[in-house]
Design a protein around this ligand. Structure first.
Ligand SMILES: NC(=O)C1=CN([C@@H]2O[C@H](COP(=O)(O)OP(=O)(O)OC[C@H]3O[C@@H](n4cnc5c(N)ncnc54)[C@H](O)[C@@H]3O)[C@@H](O)[C@H]2O)[C@@H](O)CC1
Ligand SMILES: Nc1ncnc2c1ncn2[C@@H]1O[C@H](COP(=O)(O)OP(=O)(O)O)[C@@H](O)[C@H]1O
Ligand SMILES: [K+]
Length: 475
């Protein structure tokens, strides 16, 4: 599991460790790791031109000490001090002792730099870049230099992934002690480039703020039939989806569900003929969900239009996934009072409608939006999009690391809902079902696409191969 911790937790852990170490030792650990990472990126340190953008806090201190280390190895290091009176004094002295200097003309040195270290702000940054930093950040980005962010790209919010103003886009970020949520969640994540974690010995709590499943975690969660399994014990998922207008959504949701580990898929709705034509193994009916036979989980909503079924399914005593049209006008009380788990899977537009805010706000504040929805509905929320999040009202939020923007294709959300519903029926809890489904779906999107446009149907077809790969990495 990849874990990320909020700023207060990181600071508390740093404080505890600093009390046990000689003054400055922690910063030296950070700077040593940072300098080594820069040396790797430069290839040849001797003769390289390095520019440090130095803010007024310890983030600038890290940059200065790392710059000193690179200067001692023969790099030409120039420091641009955003606030000369408040630049880290010991760090600056170390840089000058090592042969580095303070740049006279920031734009001149930036124009010819091989590597820029962004030490403007780290976890102490508030708001976007301040006006004096913006031209420097633009000059760094406009040069041919590799831009390396110290701890975090300056201007992004460490704890939430929000980017409240302008920020400096990095090619790589070297972060210390722990990932911060902003390094995993868009829009900030996009500013970080490739992230390298330098351990500095922090003792962090067992429960993070944000976590991302890795192959081995998913392998452990995948349902596998035992010797005694039969189709009912593996779980039956019911799909209430599709309409005369959108019969394809029924086919795609069933396509996802058949790949998700349930022993059988029941389809209820007007798209039965289309479903059977593609997937003869589906049990179809067109009456009410209650008459379709027993299921261990329901999926309701993909392509449903104004069709019936949402209230009835919500009134059942099994886990329910609500997607797409099922989310329209969803009553919080109907969800809150349910005796079993509910998983809501909105994209940003649907989440915005439920929250009564503009879509842009949800996209800018993904973490807070997902948490707020989960809390209002007493449900688990899988917020789809550039970074898919799975959130409950409290506890760690899962961030999906496998997504690809090739998944932004009509119907791929229907496949995801079938897949997640099938995992619910197979017995996974809502958080696990949502995050495992998003993980497999993201990888399937990559396989189906391989750099070219993929179809939702192709994504569903790629799930078994991905499942095999992931399962093979399990212990
Ligand atoms: N505390 C520790 O033990 C360690 C901290 N480390 C470094 O220290 C950093 C945190 O240092 P600080 O707490 O001093 O905070 P920062 O250096 O991240 O930023 C705080 C400073 O930036 C200014 N500032 C805030 N928002 C700004 C903005 N939008 N534009 C321009 N300036 C702004 C503040 O006035 C303050 O002077 C970490 O990110 C990490 O790089 C590392 O050395 C590892 C050890
Ligand atoms: N920019 C993006 N990067 C990664 N994944 C994306 C992006 N945009 C959309 N997706 C994914 O594509 C799927 C689209 O689902 P959805 O919006 O419900 O579409 P539809 O209703 O057409 O099925 C979701 O899994 C979502 O997370
Ligand atoms: K920084």
């Amino acid at each position: 599991m990849r874990t990320a911790y909020d700023v207060d937790t990181v600071r508390a852990a740093e404080g505890e460790l600093m009390a046990l170490l000689p003054p400055g030792a922690l910063m030296q650990r950070a700077a040593a790791g940072l300098a080594a990472a820069c040396a790797d990126m430069l290839g040849r340190v001797y003769g390289a031109r390095v520019v440090l953008l130095v803010g007024s806090g310890d983030n600038g201190g890290d940059a200065l000490y790392a710059g000193a280390r690179l200067a001692r190895r023969g790099a030409g290091v120039g420091a641009v001090l955003l606030n000369p009176d408040r630049a880290h004094p010991e760090g600056l002295a170390a840089l000058l002792r090592a042969g580095g200097r303070v740049a006279d003309d920031p734009f001149e040195v930036l124009a010819v730099a091989d590597l820029v270290l962004d030490g403007i702000t780290g976890i102490g940054g508030r708001g976007g870049l301040r006006p004096d930093a913006i031209p420097l950040a633009r000059a760094a980005r406009g040069s041919n230099a590799v831009v390396v962010a110290v701890d975090l790209p300056s201007g992004v919010d460490a704890g939430t992934g929000e980017v409240p103003g302008e920020a400096l886009r990095a090619d790589a970020t070297v972060t210390f002690g722990a990932y911060k949520p902003g390094l995993l969640i868009d829009p900030a994540r996009e500013y970080a480039g490739a992230v390298r974690l330098i351990p500095i010995g922090l003792d962090l709590p067992s429960v993070p703020s944000v976590e991302a499943l890795q192959h081995a975690d998913v392998a452990d969660l995948l349902p596998t039939p035992g010797a005694e399994s039969d189709k009912y014990r593996r779980g039956v998922v019911g799909i209430v989806a599709g309409s005369a207008r959108y019969p394809g959504a029924a086919v795609l949701a069933v396509a996802g569900a058949l790949r998700g580990g349930a022993g059988a898929v029941r389809y209820v709705g007007p798209g039965g003929d289309a479903v059977i034509a593609r997937f003869p193994e589906t049990l179809v009916s067109d009456g009410s969900p209650a008459k379709a036979g027993r299921v261990q989980a329901w999926v309701v909503g993909p392509g449903l239009g104004d069709g019936p079924g949402v209230d009835e399914v919500l009134g059942s005593d099994v886990p329910v996934l609500v997607d797409a049209d099922g989310l329209r006008c969803l009553d919080p009380d109907a969800v809150r009072g349910r005796p079993a788990a509910t998983l809501l899977t909105p994209h940003a537009g649907e989440a915005a409608a439920l929250l009564g805010v503009p879509r842009e706000k949800v996209e800018a504040e993904r973490l807070a939006s997902a948490r707020e929805l989960a809390s209002r509905y007493g449900a688990t929320v899988l917020l789809k999009g550039s970074t898919t999040l799975v959130a409950d009202a409290d506890g760690p939020v899962r961030v999906n690391p496998t997504g690809t923007s090739w998944l932004a294709t009509a119907g791929s959300g229907d496949v995801l809902s079938g897949l997640a519903g099938s995992l619910l029926a197979a017995g996974l809890g809502a958080r696990d079902a949502g995050s495992v489904a998003a993980y497999l779906h993201g990888l399937a999107g990559r396989h189906a696409s391989q750099g070219a446009p993929a179809t939702a149907y192709g994504v569903a077809g790629a799930v078994p191969g991905v499942w095999r790969d992931v399962a093979a990495s399990g212990g």
